[in-house]
Structures are given as C-alpha cells and as structure tokens.
Write a protein that binds this ligand. Sequence first.
Ligand code: TK8
Length: 336
Amino acid sequence: MKAFKYALAAGVAATVMAAVPASAQFTERNIRLSNGVNEDHPNGKGVEKFRACLTDKSGGKMKVQGFWGNALGGDLQATQALRSGTQEMVVTSSSPLIGILPDLGVFDLPFLFANNKEADSVLDGEFGKYIDGKLETVGLVNLAYWENGFRNLTNSRRPVEKWEDFKGLKVRVMQNNVFLDTFKNMGANAVPMAFGEVFTALETKAIDGQENPFVTIDTSKFYEVQKYLSVTRHAYTPFLVLYSKKLWDGLSKDEQAALRECAAVSRDEQRKVSRELSEASLTKIKGAGIVVNELNEQEANRMREQAKPVWEKHAATIGPETVKMMQAELDKVRKK
Ligand code: TK8
C-alpha cells in the first residue's frame, strides 16, 4: 500500500513537471502574501487561484503562503516591508499608500467611477499601466488591480439619506486626505484609522461609523456592531497586488512571467467572486437586522455636488497630469 502511494505521488509529480518546459528557470520559493481582510473575503478565492496557477506554471516550485486579517501588519506596514525587501507580496487598498505615491490619490476622488465597467476599463487599460510605472519608481511592482468595490457608509446612530445626515457622525476613514476631506465636507467628524482597528473602535463606540464595500462589511463582521447602512457608492478604491521590487529583481524571467500571468488570471476570478458575493453579502447584512437605505436620485446628485470641491482641492497634490489623464480615459470609456 505504501509503495503504491509513493508510486502514485511520483506519478502526479511527473505529470505536473511535464507541463513545465525543461529550459524554464524556477527556484524553490516561499512567497508571503498578506491581506488586511479575512480569508472568506473574495481575496481568499483570488489567492487560491493565484496559488494554483503558480504551482502549475512552476512545477510546484513557487509556493504562496497567505496571511489574513492583518496578521503581518496593516496595509501600510506590509507595503513598507515590501519596499525594504523583507516581504514578497501584499494585496492592499491603494488609499493608505498616497504618502508613498501621491498619484494614487486619483482613485480616492469621490464618485470617480460610476460602475464596474468604467473601473475595469480604466484599471486594466493605459491608465492602470501608467500608475504601475510610477509604482515601480517607489519600489513596488503592481501585478494586477483586484476589486475592493464600491464603498458604502454604515453607522450606529441613524439612517443617512442626505448629506446633512452626516453632520456630527464620527466616521472612520482610511489614512488618506482625500477621504478625510470628503467626509469633513459632508459635515462628518472624520477619523483616520488603520483597518485593523476599526472593528473594536465600532464595538466600543469610539466611532459611530465606517465605510467599505458590502463584502467587507460582511466578512469583517462590521454588521455585528453597526445598525444602519446607506448605499452611498461614494468611491471605488482598487486593491493593488504588489510584489517587492527589490525581490522581484532577483527573480528569473520565467518566474516574473508566471507571476504576471497568474495575477491576471486570479484577477478575473477575484472580481467575479467579488461581484457575486456582493449581493449575497447585502442579503446577509439585511438578515442580520441592519437597516439599509438607498439614496434617491436627487440626494445622490446633491452629495456629488457637495463632493466637488474635494476634486479641486486635491488635484494639485495628486498631480494635475494624472488627474487630467484619468479624466481623458473616463471620457473615452463613457463614449464607447
Ligand atoms: C484591507 C483594507 C480595507 C480597506 C479599508 O486591508 O481600509 O477600509 O477598504 O479593506 O485595504
């Protein structure tokens, strides 16, 4: 029986190896990939696909070790570890990284994308590549844009149906000035905070609310400590799938190609799961007793108007050229 098992294992190994060309250069590697979200978030499925794809392409040499729920530190801390070459990968929101690359602030501009199609076209097209180029200059190789999703407001005080309802609400925002000003502009008391601290801050009522996509409100269990959800869709901030440039430069061409291909394959999977789970998450949140309200057309427009000065104020810091380019890309997508 034992011999049979060995023979079987060897057979499987031989099949896997056969798919990899003999000339290909792969070294045994352990790739540590960290996430702020939990494993049942769509990123879990994305990482699973990424891992399977890399196993296949490298004949099992490149291994991916996933870390969840900020186990290797928050978004910013993990990204700095990549820059210094002590960690391979992180899936992080772009928003907390504007201190490293101000241009990323373009994704934080309120009401930038209207729907998934606009986001996908801009991120997977020329504009996404332009940002990738800038990320390389600060020590980060972006392999793909995954979906975080359209962000919505939750709080424990009252339904938010118009921008005036924000008044006095203590809302956690990401560590990002565009978000800080967007929420201040609505009249909220905006508190910048790392993601890992949000649940406890909500639970202890140190803050009243926070804003994130449905899938995060679900998988990070914010619905347990919140009462109201307003479908504001005020921002779509992407996830960056980053590799340490320092470590990247030590990889073979084959390894680099495998990483890029697998990041693209898993991006499609991650987005698909994200969009499917989004609906399921909303149903679950409602079922847990959260009061959900949509914004009517008129109030949504008023909120958009209210957010406009934030664009004007931040264009200079983000970089006028970057903002202009984004607008041109969006015009192209909208004409299609
Ligand atoms: C996870 C974060 C998070 C983000 C936030 O690491 O901080 O609110 O949306 O999901 O990147």
